[in-house]
Design a protein around this ligand. Structure first.
Ligand SMILES: *Cc1c(COP(=O)(O)O)cnc(C)c1O
Length: 383
């Protein structure tokens, strides 16, 4: 049996809406993008949603629209996907890392104030794996120091913080729709905001810096081509029509995994005890200290079960080491979490049978790993 890490959930409605676009002859800048934006804004309970061609583009525009530039500092987490930090570098500003809370894997607010300087302009928290970051404390600190807040909500559509949708509390929140996310547009993203000024700036910058006076070739600022096509938006509309069903299905898959994994020795299942509602993006287990993760991964791959270490710390990526001189030990909670986490297959249509197979192979991998460790240590003793 082969079980992929993720798999998009595309149905007949997705095909129907994409065909509608093809038949309409309007492949870009049209009604589907507008409708998709409205659906997202209404779902999140924000005033504006600006669709773009990736989550990374959305983060870049949010940073730029908030006026963050050369020499500015932005406080963020090293336990994330690289884009949440790269978007700061795009504008020649500096990411300043604060370590995570090992329990939630989110940026630890108690570490923020020590890192604030006269150059700090913003805080950029990530809702890691769909679990809401501690926004009350982050917004309180930001308010006291007059800092902007950009939420990287790329993994968290539908998550709720204190009963409100994640992405509605800050200056701007960015969501992403790559095929492994909860909902997909193929490639795509959205900037959610309650500021019409910020939304207008983002709309202009995604479209080559055009002014909104509808004179087509009038470029009033530096801009990009970060537009989302009508085809991608059509996919997004079909997915948004059943987002509640999709998120419920993912939650059911996660619960089923919990029940199956609870007896497997050496594995910690994701912590779900939280006052907030998580949106299930990936299913991440943590292996006990001392377990050789590479051995386990190799065994899983050899038996057709895809898996991946998730995340690799940003500060230890070659580009960051070379340019900023980061070293192992700089952010110990992040490094500790990163060395034990493992993403196992997780998607809407994962079957009971596939889950059983994944858990069976994982349990085998762990017991074989123990045996090989034992024989290794006994051979050292006899030698
Ligand atoms: C997916 C993701 C992004 C954006 O990714 P794109 O591939 O550019 O859409 C940004 N941050 C995090 C944490 C993500 O998981």
């Amino acid at each position: 049996m082969n079980v992929p890490l993720s798999s998009p959930d595309i149905g007949s409605r997705e095909r129907e809406l994409i065909n509608e676009v093809l038949d309409s002859n309007i492949l870009s800048i049209g009604p589907k993008v507008e409708l998709f934006e409205r659906m997202i804004a209404d779902y999140l309970g924000v005033q504006e949603a600006v669709a773009v061609n990736s989550g990374t583009s959305g983060l870049h525009l949010a940073v730029r629209a908030l006026g963050i530039g050369e020499g500015d500092e932005v406080i963020t987490s090293p336990f994330s996907f690289i884009a949440s930090s790269n978007c700061i570098l795009f504008e020649r500003a500096k990411p300043v890392f604060v370590d995570i809370d090992p329990l939630t894997l989110n940026l630890d607010p108690s570490g923020i104030e020590a890192k604030i300087t006269s150059k700090t302009k913003a805080i950029l928290p990530i809702h890691v794996f769909g679990r809401p970051a501690d926004m009350d404390r982050i917004m309180e600190i930001a308010g006291r120091y007059r800092l902007a807040v950009i939420e990287d909500a790329c993994e968290a559509i539908g998550a709720q913080y204190h009963g409100k949708m994640v992405g509605s509390a800050s200056d701007a929140a960015v969501f992403a729709f790559y095929p492994n996310k909860q909902i997909t547009t193929g490639e795509g993203g959205v900037i959610a905001t309650n500021s019409s000024k910020l939304a207008g700036l983002c709309r202009s910058m995604r479209n080559q810096g055009r002014s909104d006076d509808s004179i087509w070739l009038n470029h009033c600022r530096l801009g990009y081509n970060y537009r989302l096509s009508e085809l991608n938006a059509a996919l997004g509309i079909a997915q948004m029509e059943r987002i509640d069903e999709i998120l419920a299905r993912r939650e059911a898959v996660a619960s089923a995994y919990h029940a199956k994994l609870i007896g497997v020795k050496g594995v910690t299942i994701p912590n779900i005890e939280d006052e907030n509602k998580k949106s299930w993006f990936v299913y991440i287990i943590q292996l006990d200290p001392g377990i050789d993760r590479n051995y386990v991964m190799k065994y899983l791959h050899e038996n057709g079960v895809d898996c991946r270490p998730y995340f690799q710390p940003i500060h230890l990526q070659p580009f960051y080491r070379e340019n900023f001189g980061y070293r192992e030990g700089d952010y110990s909670n992040t490094e500790k979490a990163a060395s034990s986490t493992l993403a196992i297959p997780f998607f809407n249509n994962l079957t009971e049978q596939q889950m059983d197979y994944v858990v069976e192979v994982l349990a085998q991998a762990l017991s074989q790993e123990q045996e090989s460790m034992l024989s290794l240590s006994s051979s050292t003793i006899t030698a």
